[in-house]
Design a protein around this ligand. Structure first.
Ligand code: E4P
Length: 222
């Protein structure tokens, strides 16, 4: 399974990338707005692309076909590994088709059902992003969408990759991996939590204190 970092924070992206933990990055207008401050969001994207070799998703904000295609084409000029994020709306599917024909990779975002994912795949999307945390938030089982989409894509040998989005905790990552999602995109705090377990911390403390006690005994006997 590939891990993407769902953030526009250069500090977090640099840490995760240097640790070899991530294969790509996803951003959205909210994440970029939070990070950019006075900077041009395109410059932030450029910097992200200089740190990460893998796919970097950047979202259009137009909602008409021509606007999305134009914005997507401009975003794709930032770097070869930019993937253009397009919302799951009717005009978006036409934009996906046009961008795909122009050789630009796309990520259809704001998907909340397996049939939306199927439609996006038929339009030619490189990735589909079902938002599982937001579904859980409204009392639905977000992981069901990942499971169903995987089954559908397998039934028809569809090449679109399932990018599990809106991940809230490590269990989401484990379940997405078990049902066969291709990618999990997660915020930096969830990536850090994947590394941790209270028994690991307790075990290490014990090992270190036992070793230190041995050192004192050896010194005392010397
Ligand atoms: C994915 O590409 C989205 O940016 C993201 O996962 C949304 O997550 P949220 O529901 O935590 O905002």
């Amino acid at each position: 399974m590939q891990f993407f970092l769902d953030t526009a924070s250069l500090q977090d992206i640099t840490w995760a990338s240097q640790a070899g933990l991530i294969d790509g990055v996803t951003t959205n207008p909210s994440l970029l707005a939070k990070q950019a401050g006075d900077l041009d969001p395109r410059d932030v994207l450029k910097e992200i692309c200089s740190v990460v070799d893998g796919p970097v998703s950047a979202e259009v904000v137009a909602v008409d076909v021509d606007g999305m295609v134009q914005e997507g084409t401009e975003l794709a000029k930032i770097a070869d590994h930019i993937v253009v994020k397009i919302p799951m709306i009717e005009t978006g599917m036409v934009a996906v088709r046009r961008l795909t024909s122009a050789g630009i990779r796309t990520n259809v975002t704001l998907c909340f059902s397996s049939v939306q994912c199927l439609v996006a795949a038929k339009a030619g999307a490189t990735y589909v992003s079902p938002f599982i945390g937001r579904l859980d938030d409204v009392g639905q089982e977000g992981m069901d969408v990942i499971r169903e989409t995987r089954q559908i894509f397998d039934n028809y040998q569809m090449e679109t990759h399932i990018l599990t989005a809106s991940i809230r905790h490590p269990r989401h990552v484990a379940e997405a991996a078990m049902v066969g999602a291709h990618v999990a995109t997660m915020p930096p705090d969830v990536l850090r939590k994947l590394l941790r377990h209270p028994l690991t911390e307790r075990g290490l403390e014990q090992f270190l204190s036992d070793w230190a006690a041995l050192g004192q005994r050896v010194k005392a006997g010397a």
